[in-house]
Design a protein around this ligand. Structure first.
Ligand code: ADP
Length: 509
């Protein structure tokens, strides 16, 4: 049911009434609670759809298991599965503009970013297709009279649970390798942003239908995490969970997975340090730090939310940074001039504001921002100004907890040991950015910081061929790269006795 739609040209008609969910290849109304999605630029309701309930999940999981075992899929050679992935990429690219408009309406993000995310999702399918076609299994050296080999087989049914911050990219990051590996997938998007996953569902459903493959291979099941997500995690047919989201949820899923002895991959939160050394190029460092925290309005697991600046440069650098932060253009994601778009939801904006208030009580100086912007343009949207704080010790809650908004906390450091101690004094270990012209220091620091990804003189760059994931409370396992497909497979070792293989109890011939 569409309650109210934003500017007519923003959300294309077919997706304006996505009041159906995809249960093992069948579009239907879900049996669960209403899921409401709101345009955070205006506060208007885009859609209220009936989410999937535990009965929908049960049916989706059982039919997914059947589809995964179907000889049409199970026996499909790698190059034909790769062709399916390329077809999905083609369809995403052909629809990229509409998907981008839909995602901007659903998440608030800038159009330039959502368009890039749509193309990156297509790229994920293409990279995975290439990795699939060129993957090799090992024939292991024989240590007796037999041939041995290592086989990688599909797990069966994968539960992919994704967050609201970059829906199409995180959906593709799980869907592409899971399908490449020969599985069926139950995709559960976040409550606040179900529309893009449903659009992707339509694309994959079409590609499966065209290729005469079992359409039960994909379900898209929006609904509350504690109901729909929980039913997926606990379903006996589901053999692995691939999760991106908050650390608290990830830990709960790992406990549930332990009960089933089921593998789980977790891409969780961060409180990533960005570091400006004495010799850093000013312009490069400013651009990198600003982009690192304020792009996506800070709603990124890798947001560079703690900035460490060498004490000798502290005042000059922070002064320049604050001037640039104040000049960032805040506005709706649909305006091409916008650099900082609204947050995903008014409730999330309130949580970010509460963190800034907490920081104030902890003694923070608000150098800029610290409030919602004023004026008619911003009145109904979930806006928050780019905010820079300092004056806090790294032990403050605002420095330790993930705020997930446009809030940067600046801290000085004295020397490398002090820097490393502060940067690593966090439960998280997702990413790090450092700016310097000194290659030896860059190398040394990159090795000493606890982070799954270190960017040197750049930030928030991603490549499909480079593994991604966190250390410490930032996650378990890696996505992407040639080994990304392996995460969705089970390994089997095969011994094949040769004719004369002697066994101790064999009757002599
Ligand atoms: P964030 O902190 O980014 O909002 P969450 O961890 O709350 O992220 O949510 C990420 C995804 O996990 C969403 O799709 C959400 O619905 C789902 N989720 C939340 N709680 C559970 C749960 N108990 N079981 C399964 N999925 C859940």
């Amino acid at each position: 049911m569409t309650v109210d739609a934003p500017a007519g040209d923003l959300v294309p008609a077919p997706e304006r009434t996505p009041d159906e969910v995809l249960v093992a290849g069948e579009w239907r109304r879900g049996g669960g609670a209403p899921v409401e999605t709101v345009d955070p630029a205006t506060g208007r309701t885009l859609t209220v759809l009936a989410g999937a309930d535990a009965t929908d999940v049960d049916e989706a999981a059982r039919r997914a298991a059947t589809a995964a075992a179907d000889p049409r899929w199970r026996g499909l050679p790698a190059h034909r599965r790769a062709r399916l992935l390329h077809r999905i990429a083609d369809l995403i690219e052909a629809d990229a503009d509409r998907i981008s408009a839909l995602q901007t309406a659903d998440t608030g993000k800038c159009r330039a970013e959502t368009l890039a995310l749509a193309h990156s999702a297509a790229g994920t399918f293409r990279y995975t297709a290439a990795a699939l076609e060129t993957a090799e299994d090992a024939v292991t050296p024989a240590r007796g009279d037999y041939v041995t080999m290592s086989l990688h087989e599909p797990i069966g049914v994968i539960g992919a649970i994704t967050p609201w911050n970059s829906p199409i990219a995180s959906d593709a990051q799980k869907l592409a390798p899971a399908l490449a590996a020969g599985n069926a997938v139950l995709l559960k998007p976040a409550e606040w942003t179900p529309l893009v996953a449903l659009a992707l569902g339509r694309i994959v459903h079409r590609a499966l239908t065209e290729a005469a493959l079992p359409t039960g291979l994909l379900s898209v099941l929006p609904g509350p995490g504690a109901v729909t997500g929980d039913a997926i995690v606990r379903h006996p047919a589901v053999g692995k969970i691939a999760f991106t989201g908050g650390t608290r949820t990830g830990r709960a899923l790992a406990h549930a997975a332990a009960d089933k002895l089921m593998p789980v991959s977790l891409e969780l939160g961060g409180k990533s340090p960005t570091i400006v050394l004495e010799d850093a190029d000013l312009e490069q460092a400013l651009a990198g730090v600003l982009f690192g925290i304020f792009s996506s309005s800070g709603q990124s697991c890798v947001a560079g939310s703690r900035l460490f600046v060498a004490r000798a440069r502290y005042d000059a650098f922070v002064g320049a940074l604050v001037a640039r932060a104040k000049a960032l253009r805040v506005g709706p994601g649909s305006d091409p001039a916008t650099q900082v778009a609204p947050l995903v939801h008014h409730r999330h904006r309130d949580s970010v504001a509460a963190y800034v208030d907490l920081a104030r009580t902890e003694g923070a100086h608000v150098l800029c921002g610290g409030a919602a912007p004023e004026g008619e343009r911003y009145r109904d949207g979930a806006y928050y100004l780019p905010t820079v704080l300092d004056g806090l010790p790294n032990s403050a809650r605002a420095c330790q907890e993930e705020i997930f908004g446009p809030v940067l906390i600046v801290l000085p450091f004295d020397d490398e040991d002090d820097l490393v101690a502060q940067a690593n004094d966090t439960v998280y270990g997702l990413a790090c950015g450092l700016w310097t012209r000194d290659a030896a220091r860059a190398w040394r620091l990159a090795r000493r910081i606890d982070a799954g990804t270190v960017w040197i003189n750049t930030y928030k760059q991603f490549s499909g061929s480079t593994p991604f994931g966190g250390m410490k409370d930032s996650g378990l396992g890696r996505e992407k790269g040639r080994d990304g497909i392996r995460g969705y497979q089970r390994q089997k070792s095969l011994y094949w006795g040769t004719d004369g293989a002697p066994l101790p109890w064999a009757a002599s011939r």
